[in-house]
Design a protein around this ligand. Structure first.
Ligand SMILES: NC(=O)c1ccc[n+]([C@@H]2O[C@H](COP(=O)([O-])OP(=O)(O)OC[C@H]3O[C@@H](n4cnc5c(N)ncnc54)[C@H](O)[C@@H]3O)[C@@H](O)[C@H]2O)c1
Ligand SMILES: [Zn+2]
Ligand SMILES: [Zn+2]
Length: 342
């Protein structure tokens, strides 16, 4: 058979990015992963870096299995299929739902696989896509048209998180919607909100460059959050992951309104809330964690958002320049930093 099949013989090696418990990044030579039953081997073409990767790198992130090869927002080609696989074929171009779940626990059965008690995300709890090859369960692969572009396909994962957040907010039509934060999450939440019926949407970010990018993808009403005080909104997405944004969000929710908590704060961080106001004004606070079972919905939605999604992606970095790519994120000039593979 093809050379690709020789990847199975157990002694082929590949290069991979590795993050150690000591928060060091290096490029290692390691075994091409052996495929378990129901698994396929993917050769990534584009892989995004997000806040989760920064947590894994800098402080640690719950569920991380160090040393870890990061990379959970990716798309690439199927180069080998393991025993018992049936739907996906070699050569298929796939976007990947990184959440590997048991499928049998209470939360999986309830359609909340993001809360699976055995959740092992690719790139966090098992080896990710910042490598020449990554092994994944076939059921996590979604075949997409290659013409959509590898970078856009790698944005399907964050879009799925945005779709979950938007669905968590309830109906959006004729409600005043505010998205706090104009990073990848805020932008995708804003774009998805419009597709889900929002007709009165404001995005707020203190950084002028982010507001310009928002305008360029069709989010006309992009403002500095400092100008919002006194306003009220029926739906507020806290998609900044910043304490000032959360504090402000709590002041901006209208009667019967909903605050959707998307931003990830420190595990032990707490903030006072006013229970009288929650009671009196019938306010809902809802958490939105990862993408639940919305990956397929994001696969279906992304072709409509392709042009906007492309504008969110910065000049890509070569995979082996992972550390430089992470450093560049601090500059905040682009929305999504991605790695590409030769
Ligand atoms: N719930 C989920 O499923 C999920 C998925 C991915 C990321 N996240 C989290 O969502 C948050 C945002 O992720 P991201 O990738 O977009 O990050 P990002 O850093 O790219 O974007 C954050 C944005 O918030 C802006 N910001 C800072 N302070 C603000 C304030 N006071 N008001 C409004 N905006 C403010 C920043 O200028 C920046 O543009 C992070 O906390 C991340 O960990 C959650
Ligand atoms: Zn991510
Ligand atoms: Zn489960």
């Amino acid at each position: 058979m093809t050379d690709l099949h020789k990847l199975f013989d157990g002694d082929k090696t590949m290069r991979a990015i590795r993050i150690t418990q000591e928060h060091a990044v290096d490029v290692i030579e390691t075994r091409v992963p052996a495929l378990g039953a129901g698994e396929i081997l993917v050769k990534p073409r584009a892989c995004g870096i997000c806040g989760t990767d920064l947590h894994i790198l800098r402080h640690g992130f719950p569920g991380t299995c160090y040393p870890v090869t990061p990379g959970h927002e990716f798309a690439g080609h199927v180069v080998a299929t393991g025993a018992g696989t049936k739907g996906v074929r070699e050569g298929d171009f796939v976007a990947v739902d990184p959440n590997v779940v048991c499928g049998t626990c209470r939360w999986c059965k309830a359609g909340r696989p993001n809360l699976c008690i055995h959740l092992t995300p690719i790139g966090v709890g098992r080896a990710g896509a910042a490598a020449e090859y990554v092994a994944i369960p076939e059921k996590n692969a979604f075949v997409v048209r290659e013409q959509i572009g590898a970078g856009v396909a790698a944005l399907i994962e964050p879009l799925a998180c945005a779709v979950h957040a938007v669905e968590s907010a309830g109906p959006l039509r004729d409600r005043r919607v505010l998205v706090l934060g104009g990073g990848t999450m805020g932008m995708l939440i804003a774009l998805a909100s419009v597709r889900y019926g929002a007709n009165d949407l404001t995005l707020a970010d203190p950084v002028a460059a982010k507001r310009s990018i928002a305008n360029s993808v069709g989010i006309a009403n992009a403002v500095d959050p400092a100008t919002l005080n006194g306003d009220k909104f029926d739906v507020v997405f806290e998609a900044a992951g910043a304490v000032p944004a959360l504090k402000q969000a709590l002041t901006l929710v209208e009667k019967t309104g909903t605050l959707v908590q998307v931003g990830v704060h420190d595990e032990d961080f707490t903030i006072p809330i006013n229970p009288f106001k929650v009671y009196e004004q019938e306010i809902t606070i809802v958490g939105s964690n990862s993408l639940a079972d919305r990956f397929g919905a994001a696969v279906d939605l992304m072709p409509d958002l392709k042009d906007q999604a492309e504008k969110l992606i910065g000049e890509p970095f070569k995979i082996w320049d992972f550390a430089a790519a992470v450093e560049s994120m601090a500059e905040g000039r682009t929305i999504k930093t991605q790695l590409v593979f030769d």
